[in-house]
Ligand binder design. Sequence first.
Ligand code: NAD
Length: 442
Amino acid sequence: MKITVVGTGYVGLVSGACFADVGIEVVCVDIDKKKIDKLKNGIMPIFEPGLEEIVKRNYASGRLHFSTNLAEAIQDSDVAFIAVGTPPGEDGSADLKYVLAVAEEIGQNMSDYIVVATKSTVPVTTGKKVQQTIQAALDNRGSDLEFAVASNPEFLKEGAAVEDFLKPDRIIIGVEDERAQKIMKRLYKPFQLSGDRIIYMDIPSAEMTKYTANAMLATKISFMNDIANLCELVGADANMVRKGIGSDPRIGNKFIYPGVGYGGSCFPKDVKAIVKTAKQYGYDLRVLQAVEAVNEDQKHTLVNKVKKHFGEDLSGMVFALWGLSFKPNTDDMREAPAIVIIDELRAAGATVKAYDPIAMEEAKEVYVGDKISYCNDAYDACVDADAVLLITEWSEFRLPSWKAVGKLLKNKVVFDGRNIYDRKYLNEMGFIHYGIGLGAEN
Ligand code: NAD
């Protein structure tokens, strides 16, 4: 089989490399020439555990190709996956301009039957728009070529994307054409050796499934943050409450960790987009509006604690920030809570010394210069800092030498945005520890 994957970002590059790894010929296409050149030279444009190895192996084998030429790539392809970005437009709805531009280009250049599958997260009815766009392009050419549209939303998690793709929990395929269904089934056979993981459905249901999954996960996070804030007021420990409820299989123990709010390129934009979709149909998704509002507030929680401890005016103060990316094991800074935290600290007059094991290059795209510096390691960030703020729970931050940290900091104060530290132990070491929802403060 041969496929084309259009868009060589977190989703497209991982999908393309993993499809190639099971023997499929894959062309990864992107309009960003720099990205394609880098890939041809073995340089990964993103950080994702295990990705470099799988890309290099398959590129060397000649099964994985990189190109900026979509027209050429789709010749002889059984499937063209659209995996380009769907960023939020000004009104919060998903901007489909990249998806539809690709659909049009496919219609203008295809020369045989092809399945066009959207992997990007796209609002319900996009399948129809993709279909109409391709058909219009074919009509313009006076062509009667046949094609099918499918919805194949992607559920990989950044930080574990390769593993998620190779061993999926489920594969959702929205397809309304028998020939296309057979092709998709064949394509995904290698990824479900341990049992049938494909759930077929109509295209609108597949599109809704992706948004509903992300909206549900975001809901769990905001719900728990809301509860954690109450725990703090009433003197309960949100960690204990989490363990207590997480042992109920109806609730489950994942995604109920209080913290500094969700971020990343998916949850914030997808919650906004589904709320917008509902509005377009005259319906108010009230739960999700609250999920978003709680999340916006939660990003301020840690700096509120800093100000409560040190006062509103942080002029001349220095804060060590451990972690910048929106979660561990990724370099992705899109909508990272760290951005809000840094903005607030700087606005209050403070200086930030930041360290992240992987995301500092990406962070420099957002912040350079005034009142921020990037450090060599977690300890370097603490030199002459007034306190440390843990923002992203990278493994290397889990068990630092508090003795060393205590000697470097001006004040032994830790603001733990992910509740990863043992307050009792830190107190014994002479530290004041602030967490999220951990009962009576510090
Ligand atoms: P990304 O920004 O990392 O990559 C998108 C790529 O598409 C970019 O390299 C861009 O240059 C390219 N592109 C844009 N227009 C193009 C065109 N006309 N032709 C060829 N290439 C083009 O985005 P991403 O994080 O991979 O996300 C892609 C989609 O997948 C989004 O809809 C996102 O919501 C969804 N998704 C993302 C994740 C994730 O964890 N990042 C997970 C599941 C689904």
